[in-house]
Structure formats: structure tokens, C-alpha cells
Design a protein around this ligand. Sequence first.
Ligand code: SF4
Length: 478
Amino acid sequence: MMTEIQEIEIQKQYMQKVAKLIENKDLKYTILTMGCQLNENDSEKICGMLEEMGYRKTEDIEDANLAVFNTCCVRENAEERLFGKIGNLKNLKEKNNLIIAVGGCMMQEQHILDKIKKSFSYIDIIFGTHTLHKLPEDLYKVLEDQKKIKDVIDIDGNVYEDLPIKRNSKTQGSVTIMYGCNNFCSYCIVPYVRGRERSRKPKDIINEVKELASQGYKEIMLLGQNVNSYLRSEMEAIQQGKLKDEAGDYKEINSFAKLLRAINQIEGIERIRFVSPHPKDFTDDVIEAIADCGKVCKCIHLPLQSGSTNMLKVMNRKYTKEQYLNLVEKMKTKIPNIKFTTDIIVGFAGETEEDFEDTLDVVKKVGYEQVFMFIYSRRVGTPGDKMPNQIPEEIKHKRFDRLKDLVESQIAKTNKSYLGTAQKVLVEGPSKNNEKMLTGRTESNKVVVFEGDKDLINSIIDVEIIEDHMWYFKGKVL
Ligand code: SF4
């Protein structure tokens, strides 16, 4: 069997072969990414591979020779959106000989593959979450042999290093530290489409962060479905006498806390963030590392999902309302001025009015900086989909509106406390809504828009907060 290193070597050869095939043809690609930051990071690798092969990026589909869709299956409406877009491409495919490649999480679902076979047989390449690295080979076969490729496998998953990458941001570098998930929350499809938890080797992550620092990146976003169980599976395997040859790779860094401490020492990096941690895995060593490491932002995303112990049990979250609140209190005691953001699902199967009140209660007690709120939508293949006591849409929407009102009133109050303060802001670039203004983020991840010289981009500066607009602040450079 081939090792991951050998597999990547083969793909590099395919990159050269494609580059030769399309030489001097000025071919362009366009990419649509759905879903989370992990998917965004996967798309950065897709773009990296395509540009290595000689394709250039275009935002104009009419101008593209290759259209790539990197899909997500976490939200219900994503399927309609994807198929609507692919349906619209049929004419363009005939007119421009457009190659269509569709990959990512959705392609790991059988009912999606069946639908593609039935209604969208003109798609050229289908790749899954475990075969993204094989895009060069798949593309070569389409270009050279005019074949249709379906490259989806269902495995626990491997870790592939050394793929080219074309990053979207010039200030924040995303670094995936682990793949997959072992938690099987009952509403979530991710463990079924992304396989079991597996972590990248510490040295590969450290090298990537050093490389980003050398390119001038100031902020690092560590990514994983469950970042604070980084290396847990590997350490368990070593304890069971497996992975003997690799044990030396984890001598210095063998946990998420140690990884944070190591990245904190990398010169040039000034901010470290991570998503998503799981409350049940928030061990004391991680809390101490956050407190000790000056570069780790003291704004932690701590997904709640529900404030009701009953619902958390049904959701298979493995913590109670009290444990979550105790964790928040412990972190507030150990880390001065710590702030929190969270995710909440409204209307999961069986949620009673009392359960929902518990969620509101936690929101009031924690006082989040930001809450990402979702109305529960059933995902085929998850236990939640088979639960009999689904909540009527009307009730879900009413609860969602009540939660939204509470969150907005809390954020409005919190925002007032920023007025007149000086905040350290990492300047990201021109504001999307007003090219004459700059935009950046505070350590607590609040957006600040202000007038300033473009030379300030990618530096951390002091900005006074002068106006509060709910989802962003207006500031003045100090
Ligand atoms: S921790 Fe739960 S919600 Fe997060 S990816 Fe894993 S199963 Fe899904």
C-alpha cells in the first residue's frame, strides 16, 4: 500500500502533466465554497493545486474553463443551492466546454450521489473529503481521456501534507490541525462524511506557522472539528502499543495545550485563535495555556448548542448545563477579561419550552460577544433525523426570534462598553462597503471600520471606538 507521502508525490507528477497539457492555453477556474472555515481551508488547497497546474482564477463563470464546487452538508438549503447552480451551468458547459468538478462533504452522501447520477450526469469530476488531494489526477484524466471521474471513498481518513496552497487572506492564515470527529452529536453529519479524528504531526503544523510568519502573517487560526482533542487518538494509540515508529514525533508536543504554547513562541505571529473546541474537552492544561500565552486571543468560541441538560443529553454533547456554566466561571476566574462566542441550535427534536428557557438562561449568564444561531434542520443519516418528536417550524422560528432579540439586546449592551476605549486592531484591508475606509478586528473579533492609510494593512494598531453599529464599530486611529 502506498504511503501518504508517495500519494502526494504521484499527485505532484500529475500537476506537471496537467501543466504541460494546458500550457499556453490561458485556462481559468472559478470556485464556490460552501460551509465552514475548514472547507475554506480545503478550497485554499484546491486553488493552490489548480494554480500550480497553470490555471488562473476568475470570478466570472462565463470566462471560466473549470468550475469547482466545494460543498458542505451541514445546512439543509445547501443541496437546493448547489443543484440550482449546477443546473444553470448546463448551457455554459455545452457552449464553453466547461469542466465541472464537485467535491467536499456532500459528495460523501449516497442520496446526493444518486441525485447526481440521475439528473446531473454532465458533471465531470466528483471527489469526496478523502480524495481532495487527487484532484490533479482526476483533472488529468478528464482533460486527456475525456473521462467522467467519480472519486469518492469511505474511510476513516488520512493526513496529507505538502499540498500547494493559495490563501484568501493576507493577514490571517488558517491552519488545519486535525481532521474528522469522533463525537457523533446526534444532529450532526460531520463524523459520517469526514471520518474519524486524526491530527497532523506537530512538526508539520509548526513548520506551516513559521512559513506563514515568514510571509508576514500576523494572525493564525487553528482549525479542526474538535481542536482541543488534538492528538488524543494518537496518544491513545501509543499507549496501546501502536504507532511505535511515530512516538518520537510527539516527544515535545503531545496535546493541544502544548501546541498552543509552541505556536505562542513563533516570532512574527501576534495573534492565535482556534475553532472549534468542545466544552467536554476543555481541560485545565488548555485553560492554563490560554492564560499564559500572550498571543492567544482571550475570546474563546465555546459552542453551547443548547442550555438544557435534557437536550444536551439527547444531542449527545456529553456535558450538562451546570458543567458548561462551571467551565465558563472557571475560565473567567483564571483568564482575566476573557470573552466568549458560541453556537446555538434552536428547535432540536423534543425541545420543550422549559428546555428553550434554559438556553436563554445560559445566554443571560454568560453574556456572549457573539452568538451564531441556527434553526435545527434535519440531516439524512443522523440520529436526530429519526427522532419522532420533531418541533413544528412555526415554533422553531418563534423561539429563534426570541433568542435573537435577547442576543441582540445583550450585544447592544456589551458594545456600549467599548465606546471610548482604545482597542488593538489587526488591519485587514479596505472595507468591502467603502473602499476609502479600512477594516480590521479587535482581539475579541469585533469588526472595526476607520479611516486610515493603506500602509497600516497587516499591522496591529490602536484604534479608539467612537460609534457602535451592532455588527461593527466605527473607530479613529490613535
Ligand atoms: S463535535 Fe459534534 S457538532 Fe462538532 S463536528 Fe463533531 S459531531 Fe459535529
